[in-house]
Design a protein around this ligand. Structure first.
Ligand code: HSE
Length: 439
């Protein structure tokens, strides 16, 4: 224990780091009353020592010496908020090596190097906590590790990325194309200058990797998770989805199959407009978890942002500080399962998925085109539930044709689309979206 409470060292004073300083300062009294002792921010390391973050750092040592911070005996818990893979990995392993507990918000790091980091922490007898890495301020990881730990988790579905949810909500309400809405999201600071991690679904896949481990004890890396982003969506898809009684959301989906296989995927999905997730708009996140004893649960809140994310980081600091006070570590396994019970699990392949499909074809507006498309679907045994065809253009123009199918195996859809996309009158690859009727 530091001189006065538990000593914290913070590496990375960006948006979230600044939020952590604010929460520690603004909520010092309630934190101390709940713990019975204070948390003491001892030291901060960042390469940028000039920018005014609008926080009072008096009494805190602030320099660019992260090595010195790791070696500082006053620092008992290191908060890693620099992001990225390599430097963060080295820093985290170095902190563990020195016997420091670590709190991080870095889902990319854990989704790729989690096994190495958790193994090192277990060996050294220190904690690695990462509540802020999934769902920002929503305490979803703690809920899986503790509140729901008596359950066999059967499924989880969620909106795990605020940037894409903002873009989808705006596309739906304004009817504007993806590029226009993305630009506005960037101008407003919701989307990064390089938006790929968010819009291509990678950030959501990182988060789903951690959730799948916690829900099912499955050791995966995010590369095992089939991932599709939202770049291919057009305003027409939102109109068509509405006519089918659906909304389009980027979902992370994971299910446990009775034969032991795990289903995990990230993609834009049509969900019934009446479902709870369909009402989660803007930059908010929500994750629905189904447990065999508890039934359905839903966790909703801000999935990003300075103060919500800092709320989760500081809660982790408090949990570890309590353990330090009791002289223990590792009260709950970081991924909820004891390490020897975390194991690779066979995955359900996309071809084996079964459900209704949304297909948007782009075809020349000529007589017979629809019958060719319907013929290719029929050959694979795919029944059509509904068709929307745009008003006629000239025969030389491509028009969208949207078809909603009856439930079907995805392998059949893929085989039919391979045929359709070769037809001379089909002028662009078909957009295929999955429909989840049970969200
Ligand atoms: N970029 C993420 C999002 C926030 O848009 O949800 C950090 O996980």
């Amino acid at each position: 224990m530091g001189k006065d409470g538990v000593g914290i060292g913070l590496v990375g004073l960006g948006t979230i780091g600044t939020g952590v300083v604010k929460v520690l300062q603004q909520n010092a009294e309630v934190i101390s009353e709940r713990l019975g002792f204070p948390l003491r921010l001892v030291r901060i390391a960042d390469l940028d020592l000039d920018t005014d973050r609008g926080v009072d750092l008096s009494g805190v040592r602030f320099d660019s010496d992260s090595e010195g911070l790791l070696d500082d005996p006053e620092v008992q818990i290191v908060v890693e908020l620099i992001g990225g893979y390599d430097v963060a990995r080295r820093l985290t392993l170095a902190a563990i090596e020195r016997g420091k507990h670590v709190v991080t918000a870095n889902k990319a790091l854990l989704a790729l190097h989690g096994a190495e980091i958790f193994d090192a922490a277990a060996e050294r007898g220190v904690d690695v906590a990462f509540e802020a890495s999934v769902g920002g301020g929503i305490p979803i990881l703690r809920s899986l590790r503790e509140g729901l730990s008596a359950n066999q988790i059967t499924s989880l579905h969620g909106i795990m990325n605020g940037t894409t949810n903002y873009v989808l909500t705006q596309m739906e309400s304004s009817g504007e194309p993806f590029e226009v809405v993305l630009k506005r999201a960037q101008d407003l600071g919701y989307a990064e200058a390089d938006p790929s991690f968010d819009v291509d679904g990678i950030d959501a896949a990182h988060k789903l990797t951690l959730l799948v481990a916690m829900a099912f004890g499955a050791r995966l890396t995010f590369k095992d998770i089939p991932t599709e982003g939202i770049r291919g969506l057009t305003p027409l898809d939102f109109e068509a989805a509405e006519r089918f009684g659906c909304k389009i959301k980027l979902l992370g989906i994971a299910k446990a199959h009775e034969d032991g296989r795990i289903e995990a995927r990230v993609h834009p999905t049509l969900i019934p407009a009446t479902s709870l997730l369909a009402h989660v708009d803007g930059a908010m996140n929500a994750i629905a978890v189904h447990g065999n004893a508890v039934g359905p649960t839903l966790f909703y809140g801000a999935g990003a942002g300075e103060m919500p994310t800092a709320s989760a980081v500081v809660a982790d600091l408090m949990e570890i500080a309590r353990e330090l006070r009791r002289g223990s570590a590792g009260r709950v396994a970081p991924l909820s399962y004891a390490p020897q019970h975390l194991r690779p699990r066979p995955m359900v392949s996309l071809g084996d998925l079964y459900g209704r499909a949304y297909l948007r074809f782009t075809a020349l507006d000529r007589p017979g085109v629809l019958s060719h498309i319907a013929g290719a679907l029929g050959e694979q045994g795919i029944g059509i539930e509904s068709v929307i065809q745009q008003a006629r253009g000239s025969e030389a123009e491509s028009v969208p044709v949207v078809i909603l199918t009856h439930p079907v195996r995805e392998a059949a859809v893929r085989a039919a689309l391979a045929e359709v996309d070769r037809l001379p009158d089909v002028t662009a690859p078909t957009l295929f979206l999955r429909i989840e009727d049970e969200t």
